[in-house]
Design a protein around this ligand. Structure first.
Ligand code: SF4
Length: 186
């Protein structure tokens, strides 16, 4: 059971100054979706458009994410999507390790609130923070790691698929496996 409701967590995030990203963000981007979902998708940080709109995965990478979800018969209504860092790093750079650590408590509270069975890391940075520091996304995407009752998987970040569309079929296969696992919990 989480110590906080989703609204309380959002209020903390909205006022947060725990790292320097608070100086350059437009607005923090709290996770969104079904807080009773069995599946949580986690990326590294909001992009520029997310920073403007305050919603995770809008714009072109959001479109790719929707395509992946739809290919597996899923949609955003039934999942929860969040980021390790709730604030946009300037210039779209990767969040630094200290910034990630400063923001991790929010992800821990979100996880305690939602209690997912499956955690999908979108991209290398999330996978290295959540699964293993030396996680290699090109070699290990689509593989399950079981830990303390959670099933963890790293997949390509949607923006990586925008840069390299040849990987999209492989990403869809990963999402098919995610759907297969999710069905075992329904
Ligand atoms: S990234 Fe996280 S820790 Fe840093 S200011 Fe934003 S909400 Fe706070």
């Amino acid at each position: 059971m989480s110590l906080y409701t989703w609204e309380e967590l959002k209020n903390f995030v909205d006022r947060c100054t725990r790292c320097d990203l608070c100086r350059t963000r437009n607005r923090p981007v709290m996770g969104r979706g079904d807080i009773k979902s069995k599946i949580m998708l986690i990326a590294e940080a909001p992009g520029r458009m997310e920073d403007q709109q305050g919603i995770p995965f809008v714009g072109r990478s959001g479109g790719i994410l929707d395509e992946l979800l739809e290919s597996a018969g899923l949609n955003r209504d039934g999942i929860y999507i969040t980021n390790i860092n709730k604030c946009h790093p300037p210039g779209n750079r990767d969040p630094e390790r200290a910034e990630q650590e400063a923001c991790m408590p929010y992800l821990k509270y979100e996880t305690a609130l939602i209690r997912p069975k499956i955690m999908v890391c979108l991209g290398r940075i999330a996978a290295q923070q959540i699964i293993r520091p030396d996680f290699k996304i090109t070699r290990e995407h689509g593989l399950w790691t079981e830990r303390k009752g959670f099933y963890l998987m790293g997949v390509y970040h949607p923006s990586a698929l925008l840069r390299d569309p040849e990987k999209i079929d492989s990403a869809k296969e990963d999402f098919r496996r995610i759907r297969e696992k999710l069905d075992t919990f329904l």
